[in-house]
Design a protein around this ligand. Structure first.
Ligand code: OXD
Ligand code: MN
Length: 593
């Protein structure tokens, strides 16, 4: 097949990889429907994909990964920088020379008898000044078809790149799917990602976490922009004006649900609408007017299936009805569709579980879908996809929202005093572990800006970058920074806030604060709403004024303990910890006295 480009840096890199892995042939992904269709057919012929009921789920397919290959592997994800200090205390590190040598030995000859697919892709709308280009080499059709949903692929991308060397190299080899030799390596200084021995999404769709967060965060530091683990949503008010919010949450805190939320009835009646620009990643840059603008670099949703249903997230569910690849869910043999725990109360009896074994949902105690089973769905399918989704310049951001799962400590919402205090609020983000993940439940895991596994360089330098970006912004134009906690519990262990669509009530207060339309109470940790300013009309029986007051309170004793935990976490960073954050911690401690 003819090369799709004459770009010398791409061609020489492909030659270099070919010499190492020795593919039988090379196929360039041109982005055409015909080629995608032909690859789907080929994957079905080998069993890599199963074609689902084309009447109920047009262009939808099912894939099962190896049983030992079902999630991102943080302990085998390495940042390969010349010194360990550049990677910092929160990343796994290996020196680049050593890592390249190890990876070359693992990947050597691994494509023998196989095809090398060359995927040119754009993160962000093709041609956007905020977009970046990558090329991923892979021996997996599953990867090609997922990348074709999650990113913009094909010839148009290469035409934009021309002969430039400004692109990210991504090399993936399935090898033997050997857990002991599985590595996901980022080389920030070389714009390079190498992933071996996995076939699972987060490890192998190299545009997502590897490029759009780990490599991009490093590029952003050097080029004066930001790559963040944040959803982007627009809230359209009854007057027709839409304001945009970027929000960061650790996993299992409902990011996709918030990004696509359905307004409560009383808000719908007033004319509020919520628009989804992105559910996972934001790339953010200062615009000509001095405000920060964000794009979603992705083109699809790689969402967790279990728990997604008509109530929790009808927009996500609707997004999966065509052109979607399901991974590790239940295959319903009666009508050749899919099912997962939490979809409905009607599990199929004649089915196959995620491991490929016969499964009866009525009699089996074992789960049919893997807890981390996924859908890869095109963003355009989403009923509330923002009309600005393809806007080359992104959307202007009014507020940054951080959040975590804290049963007692953090109030429903609070606002930072200013930008630097907001950076502090992001840096102390933490979430209590849930039963969904292995290990103890209720243990606090620090996850600054939800970037713990995704920051491509020293987290202390990343915080300094946030502080430096703030210095370039006029305070009137800088997004205001907030923290939310949907997960406060009463002494009996019941959630005190309904969450889901009702979270719009909190976003509404946040946007009113941005507009200077509503007052707040200054506390030791920042500005907290007056209970009467959170609209609870229509929540009768769920939230009383008193319980709202109690989820807005700031318990100084608990916060004093928290301050000790923050100091301990900060101590990991030694001298690198920005002075600004040290000072913010001292201010917090003083405020609590
Ligand atoms: C994801 C994650 O899959 O954050 O988005 O793990
Ligand atoms: Mn994520």
């Amino acid at each position: 097949m003819a090369n799709l480009t004459t770009n010398p840096s791409i061609l020489s890199w492909i030659e270099d990889r070919k010499a190492l892995v020795k593919p039988e042939k090379v196929v360039w992904i041109d982005g055409s429907k015909e080629q995608i269709e032909q690859l789907r057919a080929e994957a079905c012929s080998t069993g890599e994909l199963i074609k689902l009921n084309q009447e109920k789920l047009p262009d939808c397919y099912l894939h099962r990964t190896a049983i030992n290959d079902v999630a991102r592997v943080e302990n085998r994800t390495l940042i390969c920088t010349p010194t360990q200090e550049e990677a910092g205390p929160t990343n796994n590190w290996m020196a680049p020379d050593e890592a390249y040598k190890m990876l070359d030995e693992i990947a050597k000859d691994s494509y023998v008898g196989r095809t090398m697919y060359v995927i040119p892709y754009s993160m962000g709308p093709v041609g956007s000044p905020l977009a970046k280009i990558g090329v991923e080499l892979t021996d997996s059709i599953y990867v090609v078809l997922n990348m074709a949903i999650m990113t913009r692929v094909g010839k148009a991308v290469l035409d934009v790149l021309g002969d430039s060397n400004d692109w990210v190299r991504g090399f993936h080899a399935k090898c033997q799917i050997d857990e002991e030799k599985r590595y996901i390596c980022q080389f920030p200084q070389d714009n390079t990602i190498i992933s071996v021995n996995s076939g699972y999404g987060g490890n192998v769709l190299l545009g997502k976490k590897c490029f759009a967060l780990r490599i991009a965060s490093y590029l952003g530091k050097n080029e004066g922009w930001m790559a963040e683990h944040m959803l982007i949503l627009g809230v359209e008010k009854p007057d027709g004006e839409t304001k945009y919010i970027c929000a960061a949450f650790p996993s299992a805190c409902g990011k996709t649900n918030l990004a696509m939320l359905i307004p409560p009835e009383i808000y719908k009646e007033k004319g509020y609408k919520v628009w989804c620009v992105g559910d996972d990643i934001s790339w953010i840059r200062k615009g000509a007017d001095g405000r920060l603008y964000a794009i979603n670099p992705e083109n699809g949703f790689f969402g967790v299936a279990p728990g997604t249903n008509e109530k929790s997230n009808p927009n996500a569910l609707a997004s999966t009805k065509k052109g979607t690849i399901f991974t590790n869910v239940v295959h319903n043999l009666d009508d050749n569709t899919v099912w997962w725990e939490g979809l409905d109360k009607n599990p199929p009896e004649n089915a196959v579980d995620w491991t490929g074994k016969p499964w009866n949902g009525k009699t089996s105690d074992a789960k049919g879908a893997h807890p981390n089973s996924r859908f890869t769905a095109p963003a355009v399918n989403c009923p509330c996809i923002s009309p600005e989704f393809e806007n080359l310049n992104g959307v202007p951001i009014s507020a940054f929202v951080f959040g975590g799962r804290r049963a007692k400590l953090a109030p429903l919402v609070y606002q930072s005093r200013d930008w630097n205090h907001g950076v502090f609020v992001g840096s102390i983000m933490a979430s209590e572990t849930t039963a969904a993940a292995a290990g103890a439940v209720g243990v606090v895991r620090r996850d600054p800006m939800a970037m713990l596994p995704f920051c491509g360089y020293n987290m202390a330098d990343y915080w300094q970058h946030w502080i430096d970006i703030g210095k370039t912004l006029d305070p009137d134009k800088a997004p205001k920074i907030f923290n939310v906690n949907w997960f406060r519990k009463d002494d009996e262990g019941n959630f005190m806030w309904p969450g889901f669509g009702d979270n719009l009530r909190v976003l509404d207060w946040i946007l009113d604060r941005c507009d200077g339309k509503v007052d707040a109470v200054e506390t030791a940790i920042g500005f907290v709403p007056k209970a009467e300013d959170i609209n609870i009309d229509g929540l009768e029986g769920e939230v009383s004024r008193e319980s709202l007051e109690s989820i807005l309170d700031v318990d100084k004793e608990l916060w004093a303990k928290e301050a000790e935990g923050i100091a301990e976490f900060y101590s990991k960073f030694g001298d690198k910890l920005p002075e600004t954050l040290k000072a913010e911690l001292e201010t917090l401690k003083a405020n609590l006295k």
